[in-house]
Design a protein around this ligand. Sequence first.
Ligand SMILES: [Zn+2]
Length: 449
Amino acid sequence: MTPVPADLLVTNVTIAAPSTGWSPMVGWLACRDGVIAALGTSAEIAPRATKTIDGDGGLVLPGLRNAHTHGSEILARGTADGLDLGDWLAAVWPRLDGLTPEQMAVAVRFGALLSIRCGITSIVDHLRRNPMSDEVIEAAAAAYEQVGMRALMAVMVRDRVGANNRAVGAGHLSGLEPAHRQLERIAAAAQKLASDRIAIGIGPSASLRCTDEMLSGVASLSRVSGLPIHVHAAETVDEVADEQRDFGMTSFERMERLGMLGERTACAHCVWLKPQDIDILAASGSVAVHNPVSNLRLKSGVADVPALLAAGVKVAVGTDGAASNDGVDVWEALKFAALLPRRNGETAAVPDSVALLDMVTTTGATALGGHGVPFEIGAPADFCLYPAAEAPLTDDANSFAAALVLSGPRRPSYVAIGGALVLERGAFVHIDEAETVRQARHLARELMA
Ligand SMILES: [Zn+2]
């Protein structure tokens, strides 16, 4: 019997992935029905395939996961530089909170385009718009689907003025619906929009900006529906102090008490943690999402990632929104994650390169609500092929992994998501790049004028 051919075969490449411990392997990969069907060395015979790409000595890596961003902020790069979180929120978000569905779609398409150009195949879009609307959620989902990108859209909810009320103002809350209505909207969106590419999550802005009723409702919806939770936590020292003042406990103590923490929950930032918060995070199995660039840009602080890792906390990496980054480049965030622990000459427990690479792939996938190791046989075929010049020159495993972290490859020439090419020979398959950029530029100038 003739063996079933692969749908897509990539030959003549160096492959590095979590499943190989990030050691480079020269060979080929085959995809069938959207998943990695086989990997082989150059000495092994590759299967026949419907479509074959000669990788020409290039580098194949799993698609990166950006575990925390806000899609619409891509329109506001460079805005309000030098401000801290509170003042920055006041400067940026009034311009973005009123996006129409069509405008949200423009932002999402442009952000997805830039993400794929950076080698990212999946993101958490902590989706903010105020007031939220069904149409905006649907437009964002349709835009990700159009590009062919995976997204966990964690729809933002909040029902309380918190530490940044100087930024958000009482009037900012006037359009917000009651907690139960906000959560019903998310449950309905999950029913309607969840697909192979799109997942819907529950996105409390931060525990400080939610009542107990809202946080309990978030926990209960997640328990009943299995939807992931994505929340900002302990981002600034002011927020932590305000939560202590208003509730007599830390954000993590409060979230744990209200049932919000667990393996489906990811907490962005985790900069200002008390020792008990680290214990709670580790025991709960929740993911901490490190956003080193944004935390520096907004003067929030530096998360103690070595302490989190030492306690057994799962750590992923995000860029945060592009208005506080000012891009979507996870390779850049990873380099900051590697170097920040060395800033004062510390010699203790700097995360090694393999652990760092896992943060933007395996743990990143967990933060996106999925599990498993990317790039194993049977895993979704989400990968990037970079030109040969982008690949590390060494074949020493340690140096190879370090070179990826410190000098990550840019500008893939091919990107496949679920075994389907979304970027081919450097060109987008499903969207017109020039038109996408033109629309984003026009809209950004209109909004930021
Ligand atoms: Zn954020």
